[in-house]
Ligand binder design. Structure first.
Ligand code: WT7
Length: 653
């Protein structure tokens, strides 16, 4: 697999060591932690668990591995909300700000650790009043308001598992997730602000709740203040029952393997899977990775993860990782272009953000909009940048480093999944020499390897399937209600290994390069070609902001490459540009990787979390009926592309 890419590409030669200024204050500056973990990974994780967390009862076993089921720290006991709140307040940090929240309309609110503890305790008591007990599931369907992490932590405090459903999902998606988890209570809001408009959360929730027999009560936060229907007996206002509760609520001491949350993921296809994460192992790895990947100095850093709490990134790096480390974080309610395309940079400037964690889709969009937007703001507070969600094209990495990091900040490209719970492959910013586009190396304590079709390790350099070779503390514990699907999906392809679904290669220096989902990899004239690499080659042309490529059936070559390209501001489509881009890819990778057709477009079909849905572009290229479009952020995009593809795509030979 990925044979074309084994030729060393120019990107592999570019390297970025951390600056001496960064190294001077970094937590990790050499390979000693990697070496320590490699000598005894279990002992390493046990030490991290004890160092980073408070255990009500210490554990005596570290990892029980009964493939594919792992348990970590099984007989240990702890409470996640205690670890995120009480212990910091008890240690005298009650006045430290936990969140600096910025509303989309421009309102804002700071909340300290002491205030957050009080609010979480009141909310936990309110949930109890609504009948929630340890072991129940609570669905949460909200916008990015402070009460969303509050509700999550309140569940954790009383031992109920939360299932956060992204506030952009439809009534059907919400209904299916509530029913699958058999949630007893739904926490929602009247509405959420988005790009100046209101998302009618309660109205959508009402539609969902028409068919969710397990729901007994719905707790409703007032935010957007439009009129909403309240069903007597079922629905209660947050402001009616939360503020009057006691601020005392004893944290439930949980077993390390008790369920902390379910989070549904569809990947990019198919029926959603309820990914289960438990208490002790999850919090250990999330706390560890947050501290060391982001080099957190809790007294001085201001961390901002721009994800939504509806995704795992929000769970792990807005809520649990930062709070377990007593960090101060920014939380922002709205979109990057409201009221203007510089909103992110004005937030960075306003709060003095030191560490920014965002997604390649956002970075490519900022690059498309133009560097004048960040240039208009003082970004000198930033000292570290992170990326997650997709392979970051080397050119987007460089732009991020130059225009946002002003060539001072290391960039950490972090590979992980909903299923892995926490970051798995990433630089340690004070120690790792980065290469733009590479997630570099597995973190200490993590075993990752690349194998071929037969499951044999491909060695260095080499390309194939990314697998994880041993259990890790924050690994998923299964799929809610479907152990067979768990085994089948993740553990059946390669004996004894977790298969992540991604293609990857290692270059001659051993660096890991993620090549995209293996379902997306193309087979052209007998060569496996990675969509990621062709897209990155296109994005490295100065006219291109974003690109998606797919394999399309071809009589001569089996598959031919069809490209969909968004241009940067100031560039126009032309036949000459098509020819130029084809040559550009030919030079970057090899003639075999030249796209056969290139269609210029204004938009690409993306999931609500920003991943390009190549499956739908394949449908377009093959002139087939479109498959499932329910996970699409904007379903009209693909119809528009389809119309234009059929009339204008220029096939060249
Ligand atoms: C898939 C997991 C991890 C939280 C957000 C996404 C892709 C993620 C990277 C990266 C290359 C990446 C993979 C992975 N992915 N991060 N740094 N480089 N690819 O979670 O929705 O569960 O998606 O996202 O394909 O398998 P998710």
């Amino acid at each position: 697999m990925a044979d074309v890419t084994l030729e060393a590409l120019a990107d592999e030669q570019r390297s970025f060591p951390p600056s001496p200024e960064f190294v001077a204050n970094a937590l990790v500056t050499d390979s000693s932690m990697h070496d320590l973990a490699a000598a005894d990974p279990e002992a390493f994780w046990a030490a991290q668990a004890r160092e980073l967390l408070h255990w009500d009862r210490d554990f005596t076993t570290t990892c029980e591995w009964d493939l594919p089921f792992a348990k970590w720290f099984t007989d240990g006991q702890l409470n996640v909300s205690y670890n995120c709140l009480d212990r910091h307040v008890d240690a005298g940090h009650g006045d430290q700000i936990a969140f600096r929240w910025e509303g989309e309309p421009g309102d804002s609110r700071d909340i300290t650790y002491a205030e957050l503890l009080a609010e979480v305790s009141r909310t936990a008591n309110a949930l109890k009043e609504l009948g929630v007990v340890k072991g129940d599931r609570v669905a949460i369907y909200m916008g990015m308001v402070l009460e969303l992490p509050v509700a999550m932590l309140a569940c954790a405090r009383i031992g109920a598992a939360h299932s956060v459903v992204f506030g952009g999902f439809t009534a059907d998606s919400l209904r299916d997730r509530i029913n699958d988890a058999q949630a007893k209570v739904l926490v929602t809001g009247d509405g959420a602000w988005r790009r100046g408009g209101i998302v009618e959360l309660k109205q959508i929730a009402d539609e969902a709740m028409a068919e969710t027999p397990s729901i007994e009560h719905c707790l409703v936060l007032r935010r957007t203040e439009q009129e909403v229907a309240m069903q007597t007996g079922r629905d209660v206002w947050w402001h009616d029952i939360v503020p009057t509760q006691s601020t005392e609520c004893a944290p439930e001491s949980m077993n390390a393997e008790d369920l902390l949350f379910i989070l549904y993921t569809s990947g990019t296809t198919g029926h959603p899977k309820g990914i289960m994460h438990t208490t002790g192992g999850y919090l250990t790895q999330v706390a560890f990775t947050f501290k060391y990947v982001f080099d957190i100095h809790p007294d001085t850093d201001v961390f901002w993860c721009t994800a939504d709490c509806g995704w795992v990134t929000g769970h792990s790096y807005i809520v649990y990782g930062p709070l377990a480390n007593r960090a101060t974080s920014v939380m922002y309610e709205g979109t990057p272009d409201y009221p203007a395309k510089d909103r992110f940079w004005s937030v960075v400037e306003k709060y003095g953000v030191t560490i920014l964690y965002t997604a390649p889709t956002a970075i490519r969009t900022f690059r498309k909009w133009g560097s004048e937007f960040p240039a208009g703001h003082d970004l000198s507070s930033l000292r570290l940048l992170g990326s997650v969600g997709e392979p970051i094209n080397p050119e987007a990495w460089i732009w991020y480093s130059e225009h946002i990091g002003t060539n001072r900040c290391p960039v950490v490209d972090t590979w992980w999944q909903t299923e892995t719970g926490a970051i798995m492959i990433s630089p340690l910013p004070g120690a790792t020499v980065a290469k733009p586009g590479s997630a570099t190396f597995p973190l200490p304590g993590i075993g990752a390897d690349i194998v071929n079709d037969d499951g044999n390790a491909v060695g260095i350099p080499g390309g194939g399937y990314l697998t994880l070779t041993r259990p890790w503390p924050s690994m998923l514990r299964g799929i809610w209600g479907d152990p067979d699907r768990y085994r089948e999906t993740y553990w059946s392809r390669f004996d004894g290994r977790y298969f992540a679904g991604d293609g990857a290669k290692r270059d001659a220096d051993g660096y890991f390069w993620l090549l995209g989902r293996v379902d997306d990899i193309m087979l052209v004239a007998g060569h496996n070609i990675s969509t990621t690499e062709v897209e990155s080659a296109l994005v490295s042309h100065p006219a291109v902001a974003e690109a998606a490529v797919v394999g399309k059936t071809d009589d001569t070559t089996g598959q031919a490459i069809a490209a969909f390209v968004i241009l940067r501001a100031g560039h126009d489509p032309s036949d000459a540009l098509v020819a130029e881009l084809r040559d550009h890819v030919g030079h970057a990778i090899g003639p075999i990787a030249k796209p056969k057709s290139i269609l210029f477009t204004e938009d690409l079909p993306k999931t609500r979390s920003g991943k390009i849905m190549r499956r739908l572009l394949r449908n377009v290229a093959e002139d087939e009926a479109l498959g499932d479009v329910t996970t699409l952020a904007d379903p009209s995009v693909v119809d528009g592309i389809k119309g234009r593809y059929l009339t204008t795509a220029s096939d060249e030979d």
